[in-house]
Write a protein that binds this ligand. Structure first.
Ligand code: KG4
Ligand code: ZN
Length: 344
């Protein structure tokens, strides 16, 4: 059984073909990083237009690479939210059109469920219950996964998402966009403890996160050292050295990772889970991957993280989530709409 999956919730246009809910025959992603990088963040209007230009070639390429005709596709799964409404609308409208014309079933998928199930692509279904940390540009959530489709949200961010904090701090340091990978790279040459940043724990909301204070701590440090120009909102030219950038990147990243790892492992212990999976763009972070594995193994907890193309936004994960909804009999109709904010 072949399923075509489509994802366009933010700044990646993606399509994938999956067979029997397990084998990824193709996973094509057209990134818009070049379109948005000069603005230092995603510009929603430009994102929608770029999706419009990419959606047909991306879907064509996914079918071609999978060596499958559209006629062979049994069902189409599409992300309907959460995300940028204009971006989502491109995927949703396209999926509605092709399923209506070709009389094929349509399945609506929550983007977060895609991230949640992304580790299944390479590792199969873990033993339930397990813990998943979804860390992306828009979310920092800890879920207890009791079964496919049975998720309990244990914690979330009360302000900035982890990826958002990475992107904002990278901008303050003049590293560029998207910030996560650039901070990760700079941090490799940073000195541990060169700058002290707080670890925000929110003791009253055990599994929730708050990264906005940490971001402010970086800004305060830069201002105190006269390295930041509040007018241009950029580092002072010539004053911020590469070593300072690396030191701040290293210690900011350490602070974020310490909190993410500590809370995720605590949740796994409290709920008796033998497995943790990590998902979302920030799951690409080298230190997060290393530390989660190191500290979990001390507690006999297994950590599964997808390879990098399945951490960032992709359609293969939407195909996995769509497949399970499809076999349960879920169908969307032509009233399906894009929803910017929707819980799982
Ligand atoms: O999941 P994703 O591709 O899109 C959303 O659904 O948001 O995540 C994008 C986020 C961005 O904030 C990006 O800076 C962050 O993931 N990211 C990273 C790394 N690679 C991507 N953050 C930290 N370290 C990385 N290596
Ligand atoms: Zn995402």
């Amino acid at each position: 059984m072949f399923l075509l999956a489509i994802e366009s919730s933010c700044d990646e246009t993606a399509a994938a073909v999956i067979e029997d809910g397990t084998r990824i025959l193709s996973s094509i992603v057209a990134s818009q990083t070049d379109v948005h990088s000069k603005y230092g963040g995603v510009v929603p209007e430009l994102a929608s237009r770029a999706h419009l230009e990419s959606i047909v070639p991306v879907v064509d390429e996914a079918l071609e690479q999978a060596n499958v005709e559209f006629a062979d596709i049994e069902a189409v799964a599409v992300t309907y939210g959460p995300g940028l409404v204009g971006s989502l609308l491109v995927g949703v409208s396209f999926a509605k059109a092709i399923t209506f014309v070709n009389k094929k079933p349509l399945v609506a998928v929550n983007h977060l469920e895609g991230h949640l199930l992304s580790s299944i692509i390479e590792y199969g279904v873990p033993e339930f219950p397990y813990i998943t940390l979804v860390v992306s540009g828009g979310h920092s959530n800890i879920y207890l996964v009791k079964g496919i489709g049975d998720y309990q949200l244990l914690g979330f961010t009360v302000d900035d998402a982890a990826g958002e904090a990475f992107d904002k701090v990278a901008k303050m340091l003049g590293l560029g966009y998207p910030g996560g990978p650039l901070i990760d790279k700079a941090a490799a040459n940073g000195r541990e403890g060169a700058v002290e940043f707080p670890r925000p724990y929110l003791r009253d909301k055990k599994y929730c996160f708050s990264f906005s204070g940490l971001k402010t701590a970086v800004l305060t440090y830069l201002k105190k050292e006269n390295l930041y120009d509040s007018k241009t909102k950029l580092p002072v030219d010539g004053k911020i050295t590469e070593q300072i950038q690396c030191d701040i990147a290293r210690n900011f990243q350490d602070a974020v990772v310490d909190v993410l790892v500590d809370k995720t492992i605590s949740a796994a212990i409290e709920y008796g889970c033998g497995t943790i999976t990590i998902a979302g763009g920030v799951a690409c972070n080298s230190r997060l991957r290393k530390e989660m594995k190191r500290l979990s193994s001390e507690k006999n907890i297994k950590v599964l993280y997808p390879s990098l193309p399945y951490c960032i936004d992709n359609a293969a994960m939407i195909g996995i989530a769509g497949y399970y909804r499809y076999i349960k009999g879920e169908r969307a109709d032509m009233t399906l709409n894009a929803v910017a904010r929707v819980k799982l």
